[in-house]
Structures are given as C-alpha cells and as structure tokens.
Design a protein around this ligand. Structure first.
Ligand code: ARG
Length: 720
C-alpha cells in the first residue's frame, strides 16, 4: 500500500502533455500539471490559484445548494450560478401573482432580496488522511471493510468538524478507495435570491436543446451570501449583513477566440472512468433503457398537467426539470456508449490487464470473480430500476413507503406510546411537505402505468406474493390498460393519505391494521418489503464486491503501467476540481463544423412566439432588433455573444462553475455538456468532449439592459 502512495505523488509530478482530460485536485496540482496550464496560456502563479495562507482563487468557489457550483463575484458576497441551479428556489419564491420563474426578478436593493432555504459552502482546506484510514482498514475486505471504513471516516469527520461554527469535514475516498482526503468546509445558511432572468431566457430551448450545442440559453441566476454582524455564518436574520469574502472573481468584457485558455473550477459530482466492460454492458442493456422508459411515462403525464395551469407548473417544475435532465442524459449516454463501442474499448484494456495479471496473486482472480458477481446480480437489476424510478416514481407511493417505519412502531408489541407518537408526528410532517408538491392527476396515471409495466417486465418469481392475483380478482385482466386505470383510480379515491378527514381520524386513533388496509400503503408495503427483504441484500452484496474489485483493479492498473499512472486523476466525487483547456470549435460529424460561439442572431432564428421552450420576452426582441448591446457587444463579431464552448472536462455538479481566462477573470458560466460526448462519465472523448458555457457578457446584458438592474453591474470588478 505504501508503494501505491508513492505512485500517487509521482503521477502528479511526472505528468506530461495530453488532451484536456482531467479533473484535478487543487491540493495536488503538481509542478507538471501547473506547467501544462502555463503552456496552454495561464498567466497566474500557483499561489494565486490555491494557497492555504493567503486569499486565492479557490476562495471564490463555492458549493451551491446540494449539487451545484457557484462563485463569488463582488466584495459584497454576490454569487453567480446557473438558472437551473437556482431553479427550485426561484419556483419556491414565486406565486401565481408574483411569478418570478415566469417573469424574472431583480431586487432593487439589498432589502428586497428574498430569503431562500439554500446553503453554500466554502472550502477551507484539504487534509490527507490516507495513512490513518488505510492503517485502520488493514487487509479487511467485503462488508467488514465497508463497515469499518464508514466508522473510521465518521470518527475523523467528527474530529475535524465543529458544529457550533458550521465547520464540516467530509472525507472523500479517491481512486476507488486507495486514497482518502478530508475536505473541510465552512457552511453559510443565509442565502438570498438577488435576481433571475425569466425562464424563457434561463431555460431557453428547454429539454429540446438540453445537452446540445449550438445553444442559446441564458442559464444564470444571482444570489447573495449573508453573515451575522460579528462576521460569522448564521441562520437567516433580518439584521444579517452581506459576507465580506476572502476573494472574488473579476469579470472580463473582452472577446473570445479559438484556442484561448479556459479553466473551470467547481464540484463535478461523479464519474467512473475505470468502469469495466461488465458495468458498461449493464448500463446499456438494462439500467439506462429501464430508467428512460419509466421516466418517459412520468414526464408525459407531468407535462400534460403543467401545461394546464400556472399553479401546477410552479408545483411540478423543479421535479420535472431534474427528471427530464437525466432522462435525456441516460438516453444519450446509451447511444454514445454503443456508437463508440466503449464496451469493446474496455474489453481490450481488460484483456491487457488479464495478460499482465496472470500468476500475480490477488490480481489474477479479479476478472473471473467479477464475472461471477455480475452474473449473480444481473437478473435483479431491472427490478431495482423499477423500484427507484417506477414505484418511487409515483410520489404517492414514495410517500407511502416512508410509512413502513410507522407501521413497525404500530404493530410492535412492546412499542411505547412515545415511540408511536414520534413516528406519527414524523409521518404527519412529511405528509404536509408531500401534499404541498403533489399533483394527483398526473400521479394517478403514473401509478397505473408503472404497475402495468412492472407486471409485464419483472419475472413472476420476483413479484410480491399475492399482489397481482388480488388485483386480478377485483379488477380483471392484468394486461389491459383499463384495469390499471380503474385500479389506480380506486387507490386515489380511497387512500387516507389524500383525505384530510380520514387521515385525522387515523392520527387520533393510530392503528396498524388501519394502515395496512390503506390501498396506497398496501402497494408500498407489498413492493418495498418484497424488495427490501429479498433483493436489496443482493444489491448490497453486489456493490460491496464491486467496490473491492474496483479498488484492486485500479491499484493493479497503476502498477502495470506506471506511464499511464502518471496521467491519472481521481474520479469525480463532488470535491473541488480544476479542469483546464481551450475555447474551441469542433466537428460533430462528417462535413459539419460547429463554431465556438453562438450569437443573438441564432437566438432570433430559434425564437418561436408563444412556444413552451423557444419563446422570449418582447423587450428582448426589441433590444436585439435595435442591436442595443451596450458595452457587452462583441466588437469583432458586431453582435452579442450568447454561448461558447471549451474543451474542459466537467460533469453534473459543475453546473454554475466559473469559466476563467488566463488572467483569472470570469468569462462565462459552465452549464452543460454536449450530446456527442454524453458517454463522458465512463469514457472521455478527447476530440468531441465540450463544455457548454453562457458568455458572461450575455449574463450582464440580461441583468443590465433587459432586467434594469445596473446597480448589480456596479458591484462587479469589470476588466475591459
Ligand atoms: N443539462 C444541464 C446540466 O445537467 C441542465 C440543464 C437544465 N435544463 C433543462 N432543460 N433541463 O447541468
């Protein structure tokens, strides 16, 4: 294991030039990686990028909410992030009367900024705790190792955190658990909405354009982080004041050209670049297509309701957007994995490894063992997707499944009254939240459809015992859609979960039998208990073995090929990473070249008045027709640049990441990846991979010219 650590240090220092693949840890930015950045054009010193003692660029980068990136852009704690990252908060701040999601919003002064439920986190420092963790894990394997690892990480996290000060440590296992770094964050909880463009701009092109270039989306929103008067992180309070940040990014108004240096800083969520051919096959054969077809159903019914009225739209918009986002992603991922034969590529690499591993104890058994692990799991993989995306895809059933705890408390012979009250209160609180977001019309159709699909697709021997027989007895032919429509209608009109009177009666007289008889709970109980007792343990075993083998495989790859090891960076783990490359056009297919920027001309070409995805505010049309671009004009192109692309290596979680030029100035916000490289989580394509960004000059134009909020522009440090 020691040897491995040495290898990691070496690989960062012996790094050589290659394509723009790589999500680098700022802590481990070795001399050679840095030299490569300079070669590509970077003008900043290493200290200006990342320093523990002095303010550096890294201090401007934040975790925004639960899964996005943001950046500080003023001395007053102003935050830029994507519109799709602020989406839920914007929808929550909206009502049918004050519809900020639809119409946009800019606070005229700090008093008008709207409190949100968001938090942001600044990275204070990174500690290497590899030795401590690995020493305590020793040679443990399987469940024993997984359990021990959870315990050790929890105890170090507790040691390095300080709840009272909102300092939180989260250790991230890197290189599939061969290295462990502790990331220490400062969390702030008073985050206010400052401004947002109308959705027609922030989500221009909708799901049709999502994951695609050329793109014309103004995907930005503006927030501010507040602290208390003593300068500490604190919960929302009227008397709080804007944060005085350690560092904020200056903003460039200069133009872009092919080949310009560009780096992104942020929080890529997950990649699995050392996934095996077995894993790729499981995704393309089972996991992805099942997810896509179940989401098809959910999206179809939700959209129909959202288009009926503004209130329903506000209620469902956030969920709809996230379901749609990864529906298109996984569909595209499958297509690209097959198109580039990633399975074949992985098999070739594995054949080399198997040859090398022959007669090397430990390594030689990896692939025969892996085959067995996958063979044991495959028959249940589709069932798992049906639980996550089908049964749980019905909000009613997802909520009902949370009542399994309540049932346990109710039927336990020695349960105390306090236990029951506690479980009942939790259920009632969760029910309130559930009902606030619930749209029964779409949910009822979803439930009917997914149950019918489950019946058709999941092997009989995996079904919950007795469930389908009973439905058949009362409702008829299980292959007939009408049967399921009638069944779902009966569930929705009889469940106490959706009936205030019945629910209150249940609360005042809690009774296990009553719960078991509830038709919605009956479904949840039948399917989830069946899953939890018979199949979930198999999945856990699969995951644990897969992790053990993955860790060993990666260690072996590094030993086998030290030259390759030098080019390695850890998979994304929602920890801060730097990716660097260039602004660059590309050729998506034979005979076609994609330009590196899009402009207002293209926006007007796509504009479709009244369309759900391609409409624009009339004021915008007026201004664009007049070519009123102000100081945000791209002089070379005599137009307003809307979006651009770079070769940076990013993934989901990077949304909202700053795109920074050679001088450390903000030139755009990263918000998407391109369709041709949607296999990027499992295999990086050095020719086709692009990061899609909104040009910062378009962002400022929207705030200033369209939004009428020049006071926000005054807060920024503009570089011309
Ligand atoms: N694909 C983008 C991402 O994952 C999200 C874009 C949101 N827009 C949408 N139409 N769903 O970061």
């Amino acid at each position: 294991m020691k040897k491995f650590l040495v290898t990691i240090v070496l690989l960062f220092s012996l790094f050589r030039s290659y394509a723009d693949e790589g999500m680098w840890l700022p802590l481990l930015l070795g001399e050679q990686v840095y030299a490569e950045m300079q070669k590509k054009g970077l003008k900043l010193t290493k200290e200006q990028l990342y320093s523990i003692n002095k303010a550096s660029l890294k201090d401007a980068i934040i975790i925004f909410g639960n899964g996005c990136t943001g950046e500080i852009v003023s001395s007053q704690g102003l935050i830029f992030t994507n519109h799709h990252c602020g989406y839920n908060s914007i929808a929550s701040a909206s009502s049918v009367e004050h519809n900020y999601l639809r119409d946009g919003f800019y606070a005229k002064n700090q008093k008008e900024e709207i409190p949100t439920a968001l938090t942001v986190q600044f990275l204070s420092r990174i500690d290497d705790v590899t030795k401590e963790v690995l020493d305590s894990l020793g040679t443990l394997l399987g469940k024993a190792r997984a359990d021990k690892q959870s315990a050790v990480l929890a105890s170090i996290n507790a040691r390095l955190s300080n709840k009272d000060e909102a300092i939180e440590c989260r250790i991230s296992p890197l290189f599939k658990g061969n290295q462990f770094l502790a990331f220490i964050y400062q969390r702030y909880s008073d985050i206010r909405l400052v401004g947002t463009p109308p959705e027609s701009i922030g989500k221009f092109g909708g799901d049709t354009d999502n994951w695609e270039w050329p793109r014309h989306t103004g995907d930005f929103s503006v927030f501010r982080v507040y602290m208390n008067k003593e300068g500490k992180a604190a919960a929302y309070n009227e008397t709080n004041v804007p944060l005085k940040p350690k560092y904020f990014l200056p903003v460039s108004l200069r133009g872009l050209k092919d080949g310009d240096f560009a780096m992104t800083w942020g929080y890529p969520g997950s990649t699995n670049r050392y996934e095996t051919s077995l894993g790729v096959q499981l995704s393309t054969d089972i996991n992805n297509p099942t997810l896509v077809k179940l989401r098809d159903v959910r999206l179809k019914y939700m959209l129909a309701e959202m288009q009926k009225d503004a209130g329903t739209k506000l209620k469902l918009a956030g969920d709809y957007a996230s379901i749609a986002n990864y529906w298109k992603f996984y569909d595209g991922e499958t297509k690209q994995l097959l198109k580039y034969d990633v399975f074949g590529q992985k098999q070739k690499a594995e054949a080399d490894f198997i040859k090398w591993a022959k007669d090397k104890p430990g390594y030689d058994a990896i692939f025969p063992e892996w085959e067995k692990v996958y063979t044991a799991w495959r028959p249940y993989a589709q069932h798992r997707m049906y639980m996550n995306e089908g049964l749980s895809g019905s909000p009613l059933i997802a909520y009902a499944s949370s009542l399994i705890m309540l049932e346990a408390a109710l039927v336990k012979t020695n349960a105390t009254k306090a236990d029951v009250t506690k479980a009942m209160n939790a259920a009632t609180t969760a029910r309130k939240t559930f009902l606030e977001q619930h749209n029964a019309a779409s949910d009822q159709l979803i439930l009917g459809s997914v149950l019918m699909m489950y019946y058709r697709d999941i092997p009989k021997e995996q079904h919950p015992i007795g469930f389908f027989e009973a439905v058949k007895g009362s409702f008829g032919d299980l292959k007939d859609e009408l049967t399921w429509k009638k069944f779902a209608a009966a569930v929705f009109s009889n469940t106490m979960i959706l009936n205030e009177e019945k629910w209150n009666a249940f609360v005042s007289n809690p009774d296990g039998l009553k719960l078991q008889e509830d038709p919605a709970y009956h479904i949840a109980g039948s399917f989830f208990k069946n899953w939890n007792t018979k199949f979930l343990p198999r999945f856990q075993e699969f995951t644990i073995k897969n992790n053990d083998l993955g860790r060993l495989y990666l260690k072996g790859i590094m030993e086998m090929n030290p030259a390759k090891a030098k080019k390695m960076y850890p998979d994304a783990t929602f920890t801060m990473r730097i990716s660097f490359g260039n602004v660059k056009s590309y050729t998506p297919r034979d005979g076609v070249k994609y330009d590196l920027v899009t402009t207002s001309r293209g926006l007007m070409e796509k504009y479709k008045p009244g369309d759900y995805e391609f409409d624009l505010p009339s004021k915008q049309i007026e201004l664009l027709k007049k070519k009123d671009f102000g100081q945000y004009i791209d002089k070379g192109r005599n137009d307003l640049v809307i979006g651009f692309i770079t070769t940076n290596d990013i993934t989901g979680g990077n949304s909202g990441s700053p795109v920074i030029n050679a001088n450390g100035e903000l030139i755009g916000l990263a918000f998407d990846g391109n369709y041709e490289a949607l296999s990027h989580k499992l295999a990086f394509d050095k020719d086709l991979n692009r990061t899609i960004c909104v040009d910062i000059r378009y962002v400022l134009w929207c705030i200033d010219k369209l939004g009428g909020a020049p006071h926000l522009i005054k807060e920024l440090k503009l570089v011309r």
